[in-house]
Write a protein that binds this ligand. Structure first.
Ligand code: ZN
Ligand code: ZN
Length: 464
């Protein structure tokens, strides 16, 4: 059983992850029914048609979500937790003008204001066709709570959790939520900052890395028990398989080799089951089959002897950092999907510091910001962490290539060429040359044979 089945009645084929999830018509579709013959919503590339419809879909989604929130129950709970201090929330309604201040890609935020001026945030999971099933949504929330509670033990600035409820537990508020303190400051936009400003922020981030390096874990996975340091399976849909209602998330694991191997095997399985990359199955299979062979070549030098793993933010592109007007970091937020990782991944340069154009062009030299960050770690006496940044390019490349959104095909080609150059395997080949070599190399692979035979027997025009 797949994560979701097709919602084109009466089809029951597996819905395709990512490309089969249409927010416009709010359906999840299989490899057949997402094709133009059956599915007529404009594609995102056609911004003129897509954007207004996406705006309307978002309004419908958020209006429905807001409609489920029992604000009286939410404020009563907050007042109870504060020992009777009254509080209020603004009237909840979807407003396009202020949308970005109250929501991100996956969550909607309600601001609770107490009479004494203290403010809290209720973080609520958004629900649309890209959302994972309820059991996984709850697991991700639970893991974020456990992660934030772990951070309270450290000096890393992060919001303090005050309460939480899971959807599956029948919360009186009507939705699952995390209640957390509201930190001062604004989300950082990294690229437009001046060089001195970037240095000031990097310096503080280096201290945060050093702090996190003081808390080794024994397993790879996500914190999963609030109030406990237990590491369980990864809390992330891309690392989760389903067997009917039963969820099979990868982990916890004890080596980075196992991590890469389990993830790549899951991707290969999902391709064969038409749950992933259904528009480009053969290319996607060859790429990930090749990545599986590359695993021994991309293991960090220290991975074999080190059995310690460290907390890593899963989306460190800059806006996860809150800063005040003087660029002091007031908090690191959005810990959804956080997981433990080997030091070479956990302390590699944040994605925000990558020289984007060069990186996507396949260049493997470090960018100025990565170099500056490594120097800063050196100056703080942490040559070990600086070393992870300096040797980080290969780790970034491999991580980007695994499960990459192949709709961005040109972007992928640069990433993939850079990866092959970095490991010195099939380097210098263009895509067509590489593909014909890969077809030959994996000609005995049973998965590849299945895909090739499927290409010769296309699905009939009635879609079954
Ligand atoms: Zn649609
Ligand atoms: Zn279908």
């Amino acid at each position: 059983m797949p994560m979701w089945t097709c919602e084109f009645e009466p089809c029951k084929r597996p819905s395709v992850r990512t490309i089969g999830e249409c927010v416009l018509c709010s359906r999840r579709l299989c490899s057949v029914h997402l094709q133009r013959e059956y599915h007529h919503c404009p594609r995102w590339e056609d911004a003129e048609k897509y954007d207004p419809l996406a705006g309307e879909a978002e309004e419908r989604e958020l209006t429905a979500l807001i409609g489920r929130v029992n604000t009286a129950a939410l404020t009563a709970r907050a007042t109870q937790l504060r020992g009777g201090v009254p509080c209020s929330v603004p009237p909840l309604r979807y407003d396009r003008a202020t949308r970005s201040s109250v929501m991100g890609g996956m969550n909607y935020h309600i601001i609770i204001t107490f009479e004494d001026g203290i403010r809290w945030i209720a973080r609520i999971r958004r629900l649309n066709s890209t959302s994972p099933p309820p059991v996984l949504r709850d697991y991700i929330v639970r893991s974020e709570v456990a992660t934030l509670q772990f951070l309270e033990r450290t000096s890393v600035p992060a919001p303090k959790v005050l309460d939480y409820a899971l959807e599956g537990d029948g919360s009186p508020v009507g939705v699952g939520y995390i209640l957390m303190e509201m930190l001062p400051g604004k989300s950082l936009r990294w690229a437009p900052q001046s060089q001195p400003a970037q240095k000031k922020i990097m310096d503080q981030l280096a201290d945060i890395f050093i702090e996190l390096s003081n808390y080794p874990f024994q397993h790879l996975g996500s914190l999963d028990l609030p109030g406990d340091l237990h590491v369980g399976p990864f809390a992330r849909e891309s690392l989760t398989d389903f067997d009917g209602p039963e969820m099979h998330a990868i982990g916890p694991l004890s080596s980075v080799e196992e991590y890469h191997t389990c993830w790549l095997r899951l991707i290969l399985d999902l391709i064969l089951r038409e749950e992933m990359y259904s528009q480009r199955p053969l290319d996607a299979y060859l790429i990930h089959r090749f990545l599986l062979d590359l695993v021994p070549s991309v293991l960090p030098a220290s991975a074999q002897e080190e059995k310690a793993f460290y907390l890593k933010h899963a989306d460190d592109k800059g806006d996860h950092i809150l800063v005040d007007d003087d660029l002091n970091i007031t908090g690191i937020i959005d810990w959804e999907w956080a997981h433990t990782a080997p030091a070479a991944h956990a302390f590699n340069s944040p994605i925000a510091f990558l020289p984007v154009a060069h990186f996507y062009n396949g260049a493997n030299t470090l960018g100025d910001e990565e170099v500056a960050f490594a120097e800063m770690l050196d100056a703080k006496g942490r040559g070990d962490l600086a070393g992870y940044v300096r040797s980080g390019r290969l780790q970034h490349r491999f991580a980007f290539c695994c499960g990459y959104d192949l709709e961005d095909w040109d972007g992928f080609l640069g990433l993939f060429r850079g990866l092959r150059d970095a490991v010195g395997v099939d380097d210098g080949l263009d895509w067509d040359e590489w593909k014909s070599r890969a077809l030959d190399r994996y000609s005995e692979d049973s998965g590849l044979q299945t895909l090739l035979s499927r290409e010769q027997t296309p699905v009939t025009s009635n879609g079954v």
